[in-house]
Design a protein around this ligand. Structure first.
Ligand SMILES: [Zn+2]
Ligand SMILES: [Zn+2]
Length: 111
C-alpha cells in the first residue's frame, strides 16, 4: 500500500474537493447514504492534525461518534480505518476524482 508510506514527504494535506466526494459516499460503518462526515483516521502514533485529506473516510454521525469514543473497538467490528481509507481512495480513483496527470494529491507527487 504505497499511499500510506509517503507521509514523510509532507505534501499538502488539504483537499476540500476530496472531502466533498467522501461525504457523498455511504458510511464505512453501517452503509447509510447521504449523511456522512469526512473522518481522518486516528489512533496509534498518528496525530490527526497531520493526516492528509487523502485518507479521509465517510462516516455517519453515530458511527463517527462510536469511532472517536473507542477506535480499537470500532476497528475490531468494522476493520482498520486505514483499510477503509485505502478502499475509499481506490474508489475515488475509479470514479475519476483524482486527476493523476496533475498529481493533485500530494501522496502521488514526487516533488
Ligand atoms: Zn454509519
Ligand atoms: Zn473523526
Amino acid at each position: 500500500m504505497g499511499i500510506l508510506n509517503y507521509g514523510q514527504r509532507r505534501p499538502s494535506l488539504k483537499h476540500p474537493e476530496y472531502l466533498d466526494y467522501v461525504r457523498a459516499l455511504p458510511c464505512c460503518g453501517c452503509g447509510v447514504h447521504g449523511q456522512q462526515q469526512a473522518h481522518h483516521p486516528i489512533g496509534q502514533r498518528f496525530s490527526q492534525a497531520r493526516v492528509s485529506d487523502c485518507l479521509a473516510i465517510p462516516l455517519c454521525d453515530p458511527c463517527h461518534d462510536k469511532l472517536h469514543e473507542n477506535w480499537p473497538a470500532w476497528e475490531e467490528k468494522h476493520g482498520s480505518q486505514w483499510m477503509h481509507a485505502a478502499d475509499t481512495w481506490e474508489q475515488a480513483v475509479r470514479d475519476g476524482v483524482w486527476n493523476l496527470d496533475k498529481k493533485i494529491c500530494g501522496y502521488l507527487s514526487n516533488g
